[in-house]
Design a protein around this ligand. Sequence first.
Ligand code: ADP
Ligand code: MG
Length: 584
Amino acid sequence: MISGPSITCDDHMQKYRHINIEEQNYCSPIEEIHTMYGSGANSNQPIIVLKEGTERSKDKEAQFNNIAAAKAVADAVRSTLGPKGMDKMLVDTIGDVVITNDGVTILKEIDIQHPAAKMVVEVAKTQDTECGDGTTTSVVLAGELLKQSEALIDSNIHPTVITNGFKLAAAKAVEVLNNIAVDVSNDEMLKKVAMTAMTGKSIGGEEDHLADIIVKAARTVQEGKRVDTSNVRLEKKAGGVINDSYMIQGLVIDKQRVHPRMPKMIKNAKIALFTTQMENKKTEVDAQISITDPSSMQSFLSQEEVLLKKMVDRCKEVGANVVFCQKGVDDLVQHYMAKQGIFCCRRLKQSDMEAIAKATGANLIGEILEVQPSDLGTADVVEEKEVGQDSMTFITGCKNPKAVSIVIRGGTEHVMDEVDRAMTDGIRVVGVAIEDGKVVAGAGAPEIELELRLAEYAATIGGREQLAIEAFSKAMEVIPWTIAENAGIDSIDAIIKLKNAHEKQKNGKYFGLDLDTGEAADMLKKNVIEPLRVKVQAINSAAEVANMILRIDDVIASRRAPPTNPMGDPNMGGPGMSGIGGMM
Ligand code: ADP
Ligand code: MG
């Protein structure tokens, strides 16, 4: 990990800590809980509650500490937001390098210690598992919500009021988003969703080609309304260029046939899937068999052979010409199968077996001798082919495959990794868009609409919650603001133009920031489109984590190592807890 200054809390915090130290003797809260004075006869006897060395911060101090840490996480990924966002190069302790623009990847790679900062990282992870995109957005939003609430806490608004207001605002935001969402009308729209998710990743301008592949793959594995994107498998093979990547109507399995005399290619494949070994079982207990007579030795051995041969015969009987076995395959079985012209791979991963079953319609069979013709799957061709330097098995021409492989090509490992991440995001968002059938315009359009509608809503609420909803509304601005900033466009101008367009233009709610011109433009026409779920999830989880952090008024931390920073050092996230150290 590259070392450097740790990310620190802002001036405000330091100011607060000074006041705290001067005014109320910093250590008092710790002592208070360490030693409580009992009442009654022994009222002077202190009762030790916490172990010595336990760190504790309370009330505003705890809140500002946590907020500072969460904001630091948001600041760490901010510069990557949007299509013109920058990349980060992450170097781990053993020197491995990851170059990425992907929020969640960055946060997973860096070593974060502060407990509140970790909570924010969780938001990115949830966003990633739920939608596959919008990770940076959710983290930046969470940071901004907390930043806005700082001012409220400062003016003595109780955190409970703030969290209530945030909850109301988040619910209203989801309602507004649903109102501005449009239906997915065709696959062309899905392609744009994929391209929007992939912009900004370093994939050499091949978005168009990759988006085509993505939509085709998602449509292929779709079952009813459901798209299980884990059935789209990405295989990376170094060599060629990104544009050589392709989807096959079937699967690629990283295995070779077990015996060189087996055919390299089988047409009209009938595929059997065995989950048990094609070997003689070893006895579980050690057994000794003493054989006295040479003829019984022979019959013992042939007994075993007969059993193995029966397995191959059974395959032949049912018409299987391809066998995939999850476990080992005996030499003898290999020999017999080669003789019968059967193609066989062994020791496949369970996930491979399941994918083949989905792609070819085969059943997974445990009892080899019980296999039936109806258990076999079909494919036009099963073939061992060279890709780059290795051979892999291609199962192609499947009739109605519910699992498919995409082969990613690229010059270097780093390029392919980023293509892999971009395509993973793309497949996930397209899946989500197919499942929900709803999308929204991007490029800051929904956030500006939310800001305006929430401000109106706040006025109808009144009371102190109104202030929290206004803060929430203001926080939405951070997304277009940052997208503009990262593209070198003046953020203030951009926000003004966007707000104007939303209020005055026809279809104003679709107007986002065109980064080429710096003007507001209809993003549905400009093809910047995102699934509704990405935005809903980002807002909900950002609000949730902000609320969770705001409700904490007491941090009691057991000591692991002696503090490295003296108390009062502004570089420190809090007593005994470091900020985000060791980053960048
Ligand atoms: P995240 O991890 O949140 O998905 P990204 O770096 O992918 O972060 O940026 C997403 C943001 O960029 C979204 O708000 C999206 O609307 C916006 N965006 C994507 N493509 C464009 C584009 N061509 N022009 C302007 N904004 C875009
Ligand atoms: Mg994205």
